[in-house]
Unconditional design. Structure first.
Length: 91
């Protein structure tokens, strides 16, 4: 059972409000309300921290580039496959 009572006791609603908080999509009053709630509710605070971590990992992953050697190996392999005629069309 949830110890979250400040946001309507509904996990879906609670998570939506946390997403809006992380996105910066709340009014100033709502922002203050959610911030205060996160300071007192362990469960919501953990959900908030997890969401921030996930977004950080996704953001970092989207900025990484494949090494040039990998790109070259892939292009070389595609060239070999095309040259050998082993590419088959899907039926």
């Amino acid at each position: 059972m949830s110890d979250c009572h400040g946001l309507g006791d509904c996990e879906d609603d609670r998570m939506q409000r946390i997403y809006e908080y992380v996105d910066g999509a709340l009014s100033r009053d709502d922002l203050s309300e959610i911030k205060a709630h996160l300071e007192t509710c362990t469960e919501c605070s953990q959900e908030h921290d997890l969401e921030c971590l996930i977004r950080s990992v996704v953001r970092r992953s989207c900025q990484e580039h494949a090494p040039q050697t990998l790109k070259e190996r892939i292009i070389d392999r595609i060239g070999h496959i095309k040259a050998s005629g082993s590419v088959q069309a899907d039926a």
